[in-house]
Design a protein around this ligand. Structure first.
Ligand code: G3H
Ligand code: ZN
Length: 278
């Protein structure tokens, strides 16, 4: 199957009542591993890469790898730009064949966030690609971005934000955190309030560490996509770290890379299955 359009993926998830995992990749091994995990579970989801991670490669390379990784898939998989930092990144990813986009201007004042998102939406919608935008800010560490101050999503700003940006998914801050240093405390009543107001489905960033029961409850209140980065990166790093600890003369990159694909795909399969158990 080819990479599917993000709108089609969301329609599929709504039709079959799936929560869609969005797994962060960085490189070739993790991209193949994520695709394999989703394919083995036979459950849909996203391969995603953040602007920050594109330093090691570029949108065209990641798009080519992802296209190859999903070519035998029987479950729909989209390729998503995560935490898009600029219109230039958005444009480069759309032009490279990404099928879903996030523009993350949540660090800006409200009006500037709206303006940045609106510009990205106009470009992406011209090519029939959905856009995720973020309102509020998560605490924690997302790759090289550390955010100390949590700023929960204000329900009173949601309707205006979604309307004026034209976004298709809304990433919210309801006690979820980036990374593994802080414990998420998901405010379900706040998520419920936002879901009642929002005309688009909701996204939880910081999936690593959120208990499955909380995800199952959030699914009742608008959750369609949940992002996982740290849980998979940990599996990748652990593979090489354990080998090196065992033998400081370790230099079999191929064997360890294959093992890292096994470990990351196992984690991806475990997570996508867990969030859709209920
Ligand atoms: O956008 C990526 C995710 O929000 C990563 O969050 O590393 O806490 O799973 P996580
Ligand atoms: Zn995130």
């Amino acid at each position: 199957m080819k990479l599917v359009n993000g709108f089609d993926l969301m329609d599929y998830a709504k039709k079959y009542h799936h929560v869609l995992p969005a797994f962060n990749t960085t490189n070739l091994e993790m991209t193949y591993a994520i695709a394999r995990g989703l394919m083995e579970a036979n459950l849909p989801g996203y391969i995603q890469i953040s602007s920050n991670n594109l330093r090691l490669s570029n949108p065209r390379i990641i798009s080519l790898i992802a296209q190859d990784a999903v070519k035998t898939s029987e479950t729909p998989i989209a390729l998503h730009l995560d935490h898009g930092k600029s219109f230039e990144d958005v444009k480069a990813c759309v032009d490279a064949g990404f099928t879903s986009i996030m523009i993350d201007a949540s660090h800006l004042p409200f009006e500037e966030n709206v303006k940045e998102c609106r510009r990205a939406v106009e470009y992406c919608h011209f090519y029939g690609i959905p856009v995720e935008a973020e309102l509020g800010a998560l605490q924690g560490k997302e790759e090289d971005v550390v955010n100390e101050a949590e700023c929960k999503t204000d329900p009173d700003m949601v309707a205006d934000f979604v309307e004026r940006t034209g976004c298709d998914l809304l990433a919210v801050s309801v006690g979820n955190v980036h990374g593994l240093c802080l414990n998420p405390k998901i405010d379900i009543p706040l998520l419920t309030r936002i879901d009642e107001i929002s005309s688009v489905p909701l996204v939880l960033h910081g999936g690593s560490g959120i208990p499955k029961e909380v995800i199952w409850e959030a699914k009742k209140h608008g959750l369609i996509k949940i992002n996982y980065g740290s849980d998979l990166r940990k599996e990748y790093i652990r593979t090489f770290g354990e080998a090196y600890e065992a033998n400081h003369n370790e230099h079999d990159v191929i064997h360890l890379s294959v093992e890292s694909v096994d470990n990351v795909s196992r984690k991806a399969k475990e997570l996508v299955t867990m969030i859709n158990e209920n």
